[in-house]
Write a new protein. Sequence first.
Length: 133
Amino acid sequence: MIHDTPQAVLDEFDREISGDDPDAMTRLFTSDGQLLFANNEPAIGHSAIRDYWAPIFTANITTDAWMDCPTVDVHGSQAYALCTYAETVRPRAGGPARRLHGRAVFFLRREVAAGWRISVALNSPSRPAEEVP
């Protein structure tokens, strides 16, 4: 899918976080994309980004996810977005679910043949995870 605005790719990221398809999530990134998530090693490039998402989607079901990006600033073929998010992560094998809250920063780039994609994604928890029923 070609995204014609930065907001369109952010909206799809928000939808895909509750999915179970690491390939769909990976396609939202540029080929040299970087995933710099808290408490994890950097994932750089499609292969590493897919390898990051695959075990998460296999082990967990994400529900009640939302992301709000009140700041999306576009400068030609580059953009950045400042976002907040929350999600509930439930282990497929059972056990306690966790409600996560955080902040995310996305850098996006418009590519001629691919439209807007994420070039860098960073996140940070905004409070400790809460155990939920």
